[in-house]
Design a protein around this ligand. Structure first.
Ligand SMILES: [Fe+2]
Length: 419
């Protein structure tokens, strides 16, 4: 059997209504002074905010600082119209976390903090994760970003609690925070250390019920991309394989229902929240592939939502990758994994892998294409990207642990296909 090791996992509370346990868990751990970071989408319901503050008070936990206004003040100022539409329901949350916001929050904290609590989508969670690290680390977070800074993250941090309100990035289970700066000298890179895995993850699928359709779709496509890429990854292990397949089965049952039925299908929301959590564990331990490599490069240039980008690229990258693998020797193992991913995503764990390898591979590409179509994803050009910028994204974005090594030209072709 292949040898592997597993990064720390968070203490997980997975339940509808689990948000009620947030403050008591802080109290149990003797975290009496917390910094609270809440993404805009999480406070659409005004009662949520007051209920949250009340529960901390009842548990004897002091909120020493709070940020409810994070993204409008400090996020990327240049959100495209498409992003504006996407986030309108959330009153203008801009969806990517930035180094500038992390530094600004850390600088604004004047008193001791026992824990950082982040409630929101991937951006809010990544912001909170990076703040929890930088509260115990000197300098600017940029100095520690992979491929940007020159310093190695020491792993010191203030304890961190992640409460996702979207089912997507799996940040509540990962050891990295993705931070970006868009435009000249832009980047989208990770602050990463095993110690940055959240201490506690509170996954309350009820919090995802009010997630707007476009965000539900984009987040779900991110989780599905992470599950597929980690499953077929060259660094996958038996441990991550099991989790990835179960996550794909859950996503296969629930994705369409979440997108189409909104807040009317809690059971589907639970399945997607579970899939997203598993996708985080899998990406932290098996890595991801070409789609995520390109997503990082694209995110440095245009403010395209991460999940939407992944959803756009995934069908083509999967189809072309499979087609190229078929021409290579010793690729049967990788092809068999793509086929198994197709079975999991289209039929759940009880489905028999009937049909030929060919049919199962086709089923995978078909379902990914269907999911992307259901999500009404805007093409890449709608984010303000010029076509002559594709070559640079293709060059800057690597293949990570993808089973097929796309050439730069092939990556550019993938991008052109969704431009
Ligand atoms: Fe992702």
């Amino acid at each position: 059997m292949r040898q592997f090791d597993v990064a720390t996992l968070p203490r997980l509370v997975f339940a509808g209504g689990a948000i009620a346990r947030l403050a008591p868990i802080c109290a149990e751990r003797r975290w009496s002074r917390v910094l609270l970071i809440v993404g805009r989408s999480a406070i659409g319901d005004p009662e949520f905010r007051s209920g949250l503050e009340r529960s901390f008070g009842e548990a004897g936990v002091t909120i020493v600082a709070r940020r409810y206004d994070l993204f409008p003040e400090g996020g990327h100022p240049d959100a495209s119209p498409t992003l504006g539409d996407l986030w309108q329901a959330g009153r203008g949350e801009i969806p990517e976390a930035s180094s500038a916001v992390v530094d600004a929050i850390v600088d604004s904290v004047r008193t001791a903090v026992d824990a950082v609590v982040a409630i929101g989508g991937g951006s809010a969670l990544d912001t909170g994760k990076a703040v929890s690290a930088m509260l115990a680390t000197d300098g600017s977070v940029e100095e520690y970003l992979e491929g940007v800074g020159t310093r190695t993250p020491p792993g010191a941090k203030v304890p961190f609690v992640a409460v996702p309100t979207t089912a997507g990035t799996g940040s509540e289970a990962t050891k990295n925070a993705v931070l970006s700066r868009v435009g000249d000298g832009g980047y989208k890179k990770s602050l990463r250390h095993d110690a940055y895995v959240p201490d506690v993850a509170i996954v309350d699928p009820q919090l995802t019920l009010s997630c707007p359709r476009a965000l539900t779709a984009a987040s779900g496509l991110d989780a599905i991309t992470q599950l597929i890429e980690s499953y077929v990854s060259r660094d996958a292990s038996p441990f991550t394989d099991t989790l990835a397949l179960d996550g794909l089965a859950a996503a296969g049952r629930a994705f369409r229902r979440c997108v189409e039925r909104g807040d009317a299908d809690l059971e589907a929301r639970e399945q997607m929240a579970y899939a997203a959590y598993l996708s985080g564990i899998c990406l932290a331990n098996a890595g991801v592939g070409t789609v995520h490599g390109l997503a990082g490069a694209a995110g440095a240039v245009v403010p395209v939502p991460h999940g939407a980008f992944c959803g756009l690229l995934l069908p083509g990258a999967t189809a072309v990758g499979i087609e190229r693998l078929r021409r290579q020797r010793d690729s049967l193992g990788a092809l068999a994994k793509y086929a198994a991913a197709g079975v999991a995503l289209t039929g759940g764990p009880a489905a028999r892998p009937t049909g030929s390898l060919e049919e199962r591979l086709e089923a995978l590409v078909r379902v990914l294409t269907d999911f992307a179509a259901l999500s009404s994803l805007a093409p890449l050009r709608s984010y303000g990207l010029a076509e002559d910028g594709l070559a640079e994204i293709a060059r800057a974005g690597g293949n990570k642990a993808n089973p097929y090594e796309f050439t730069v030209e092939e990556r550019e072709e993938l991008l052109r296909g969704v431009f």
